[in-house]
Design a protein around this ligand. Structure first.
Ligand SMILES: *[C@@H]1O[C@H](CO)[C@@H](O)[C@H](O)[C@H]1NC(C)=O
Length: 393
C-alpha cells in the first residue's frame, strides 16, 4: 500500500496544472461578465463549426480521360422554321471514317406550320424515320423495276418509291427524280412534296456516336456514300424543291446535350452541359453553312448520397459561312473531344477536423478571456488602491 501511495505522489509531479487553493481565489463581477461573454462566443463559434461540418462542398479535379473508347450520347432538339421534314437529314461522320446515315432509331421529326405549330398527321410521313413511309401505301404485288439500280430485296424488285430511292442511294446515283418513277407517281410523292413544302420541322432525339473527333450535321437531301466521298444529293432540290421551294436553314437549338437527358439542378450549376440551348439563327441568303465548333469535356459528378452522373460539358465557337461556295448547306456540329476530364466529388469536413476545430475554439477563447480577465482585474485593483490612498491622505 505504501508503495502505491508513493507512486501516486511521484505521478503528481507531472501535473502541469498546479491548483491554487480556493481560499486565495477572488471572484469578481468583471470576471463573471468576461466568462459569460466568452461562453456566448464559444457557443456561436462552435455552431459555425458544426454548420460547416454538415454542409458539403464540391471538390474538382482534372485528370486524363481514360474513357475515350466509350460511346458519346447526343441528345438534341432542334427546330428548322422553314424546312420541311422530308428534306431534312442527319448524318454523323467521325474521324475513324465511320459514316452513318439514315438513322432509324431514336430520332423523331415533327412537322410544323410556318408559325411553329405541330401538324397532326395520322399516317406515316415522307422522310419520317420513325415509320417506314412506304408501309403507308399498298405496294403493288407485281415485281417493280429498280431502273437499273441494284435492288435491296432478294427477289430483285423495287415495289415502292422508297425502295427505288434506297436502291439508287446504295448504287451511289443519288436521288431519283420522283416525277419519272412509276412507283413514286403511284404513291403520290410529288403531291406530298408539294403539300409539305411550306412547313417547318422539329427534329429531336438521341444519337450514340464514337467518342472521337467528328461531326454530325443536319442538311437537306438524302445522303449516300460513294467510294471515297460523302455526298448529299441535292439534285432534287437545287432548282428549288419540286415546287421551287428554296433552302432556308434558319433554326433554333432548344437542346444539345452530350450526356443524360435530364439532370438535377445541382449538376446544372456545376456543369455547363447545354451551352447552345436557346441559340437561334436566321438565314438571310438562301444557302448557308452554319458551323458550330464544340469542344467537349467529360465530366463526372460524384454526389455523396446518390448515384454518380457521367456527362459532358462543352464550349462553342460559331462560324457561319454565307453564299453558295461555302460548300454543302447545312447545320454542322464539329466535335472535338478533350483529352482531360473533370471530376467533381462532393465532400464535407472530416469528423476529426470538426473536433479539432471545436477544441481550438474553446482553448482559444478561454486563453484570450483569461488575458482580458487578468488585465481588467489588475486595472480594478490599481484603481481601488488609488481610491484607498486618496482616502487615507
Ligand atoms: C423540343 O423543344 C420545344 C421547344 O422548347 C418543345 O416545345 C418540345 O416539347 C421539345 N421536344 C421534346 C421532345 O423535348
Amino acid at each position: 500500500m505504501a508503495k502505491k501511495g508513493s507512486l501516486f505522489r511521484n505521478l503528481k509531479q507531472f501535473d502541469g496544472y498546479a491548483k491554487t487553493l480556493d481560499d486565495f481565489r477572488v471572484k469578481t463581477t468583471s470576471g463573471a461578465s468576461v466568462t459569460i461573454i466568452s461562453m456566448i462566443i464559444i457557443i456561436a463559434l462552435i455552431s459555425f463549426e458544426v454548420m460547416e461540418y454538415t454542409t458539403t462542398f464540391w471538390r474538382p479535379s482534372l485528370v486524363v480521360d481514360k474513357s475515350r473508347k466509350e460511346k458519346l450520347p447526343i441528345n438534341f432538339n432542334l427546330t428548322f422554321h422553314n424546312m420541311p421534314c422530308y428534306m431534312l437529314n442527319i448524318d454523323i461522320m467521325d474521324e475513324n471514317g465511320e459514316h452513318i446515315s439514315g438513322f432509324s432509331q431514336d430520332i423523331t421529326k415533327v412537322r410544323l406550320t410556318l408559325d411553329g405549330e405541330a401538324i397532326k398527321s395520322d399516317s406515316a410521313e415522307l422522310g419520317d424515320y420513325t415509320a417506314d413511309a412506304s408501309k403507308a401505301f399498298k405496294p403493288s404485288t407485281e415485281c417493280g423495276s429498280c431502273y437499273g439500280a441494284t435492288p435491296l430485296r432478294e427477289d430483285g424488285c423495287c415495289n415502292t418509291c422508297q425502295e427505288v430511292r434506297e436502291a439508287y442511294i446504295k448504287q451511289g446515283w443519288g436521288l431519283v427524280k420522283a416525277e419519272k418513277i412509276d412507283q413514286c407517281i403511284r404513291e403520290g410523292w410529288l403531291e406530298r412534296f408539294e403539300k409539305q413544302s411550306n412547313e417547318g420541322c422539329n427534329i429531336h432525339g438521341h444519337l450514340l456516336v464514337n467518342k472521337v473527333r467528328g461531326n454530325f450535321h443536319f442538311a437537306p437531301g438524302d445522303t449516300f456514300q460513294t467510294t471515297s466521298m460523302h455526298v448529299h444529293d441535292l439534285k432534287e432540290f437545287t432548282a428549288g424543291a419540286p415546287d421551287g421551294h428554296k433552302f432556308d436553314l434558319s433554326h433554333t437549338i432548344h437542346k444539345l446535350r452530350f450526356g443524360p437527358d435530364t439532370q438535377n439542378e445541382a449538376d446544372d450549376i456545376l456543369a455547363v452541359t447545354d451551352s447552345l440551348s436557346g441559340t437561334s439563327k436566321k438565314e438571310l441568303k438562301d444557302r448557308k453553312v452554319f458551323q458550330y465548333f464544340l469542344k467537349i469535356v467529360s465530366t463526372k459528378l460524384f454526389p455523396l448520397n446518390s448515384v454518380p452522373t457521367l456527362t459532358n460539358q462543352y464550349s462553342v465557337i460559331q462560324n457561319d459561312i454565307e453564299g453558295a461556295n461555302g460548300g454543302l448547306p447545312g447545320v454542322f456540329f464539329m466535335m472535338e473531344i478533350s483529352p482531360m476530364e473533370i471530376i467533381y466529388k462532393e465532400a464535407h469536413k472530416s469528423f476529426g477536423s470538426l473536433l479539432t476545430g471545436i477544441l481550438a475554439v474553446i482553448g482559444g477563447v478561454f486563453t484570450v478571456a483569461g488575458l482580458i480577465n487578468r488585465i481588467v482585474y489588475r486595472a480594478e485593483r490599481a484603481y481601488q488602491k488609488k481610491v484607498q490612498l486618496g482616502k487615507t491622505l
